[in-house]
Design a protein around this ligand. Sequence first.
Ligand code: AMP
Ligand code: MG
Length: 491
Amino acid sequence: MTVHFPFQNSYSALPDSFFARVAPTPVAAPRLIKLNRPLAVQLGLDPDVLETPEGAEILAGKTVPAGADPIAMAYAGHQFGQFVPQLGDGRAVLLGEVIDKDGIRRDIQLKGSGPTPFSRRGDGRAALGPVLREYIVSEAMFALGIPTTRSLAAVVTGEHVIRETALPGAVLTRVASSHIRVGTFQFFAVRRDTDAIRRLADHVIARHYPELLGAERPYHALLGGVVARQADLVARWLLVGFIHGVMNTDNSSISGETIDYGPCAFMDAYNPSQVFSSIDEMGRYAYANQPRIALWNLTRLAECLLPLFSEDQEKAVAKAQDILGAFSDTFSDGYQAGLRKKIGLFTERDGDDALIQDLLDAMAKNQADFTLTFRKLGDAAGDPAADDARAQFMDPAAFDEWARRWHERTALEPQTAAERQAAMHAVNPMFIPRNHRVEAVIQAAVNDDDYTPFEEFVKVLAKPFEGQPDYAAYADPPLPEQRVLQTFCGT
Ligand code: AMP
Ligand code: MG
């Protein structure tokens, strides 16, 4: 049996300045630890063949499959506000693209597959912990219905990577609708290569925004499209308590997918200024800052596109500002509509925004668990005697006062209690990848070579909106001694 990848590569056909041709570096003893079988099928790959030793060698970068055209993509980026003119794939190689079962072009990329011309001082490798973390969280995001890159496979390499200590090395096979970032445009903008920006923009429109192909002003429409998708994405993050942690422009995807799971985390107790990342000392990427940062990143994208807008700089800037101006409303509309659904409202009335804000304020003040408060509120919608939502509040009376107003508001709608509960349970997950669980799963794998907890966790997170009573403990917030206060970059 040979592994067949139906590659149809388009990025590697772009000009040479877009990437460096580089093959993955072979590793000692690849061992497959996880294959995402449903995703393999979606991509037109045979999961049984991928699970053979030959498949593991490909997923570890030891052999390059027929039809692959391995490249490391060039990009620049603002990291914590500081511009770096050349970053690029320093530890990832794009094997190629396939067209999936829905006709969507998807990148297949090996992350941790060895040095590239963009590695700078890095070793091009990834440690097992961050690979498992990305696998868990990206697949959890997918199950939550949030646009994201996916994880096709994780392999251990049989080699060690040297970080603070020697750690088992691993490779993640990442799948994305593309790996084009805001930083990809910045790479050419800083080099004043307007032809390349136009080439890239045309590629992006054809690939991610085909509906704009006939637009009178396609580059304006492109910026508008990215603004809309990013605004929608960040609203969705906030609605599940997700903190990306490193929203640099090189980690901001043009397709509107969540990309680069480094120090990301879901919050337990609701706290708008929550930060987990050890390197985010100023709280630049704090939970509630994420919309502002997304707009900042999009403004950097707009700057790159200015030469395509108009020869007249002033006109181009005015147009860009106009388009960026839509971010705020698109974000707020998505966020407020999502929150209305989270508290079980079917209609929109004056006073709803205040009702919601008062709940959030009370949650913050009372260290209420974000996920469980909304989930248990669904139970309370079905049965007013259910008091688990109330139990999330340090001072339960703060909840009672709010709940009285909420019951008055929901009574204005014709839906039955059961209908409201079902609607709420469909948007308020029971299970999220809580930090302490992610850490425990990683420890078992790294220290004991035990992947049973990882497997079980991934299985539970695949159905975040289902009750799954056998796995109820996965819904629990950490005990005080289990709390994870900091997360770290994967590098
Ligand atoms: P990240 O923090 O993963 O977004 O990475 C930022 C930049 O550092 C990207 O250009 C990565 O390719 C590069 N990078 C991160 N880790 C490594 C590594 N171990 N070896 C080489 N380059 C790396
Ligand atoms: Mg990155």
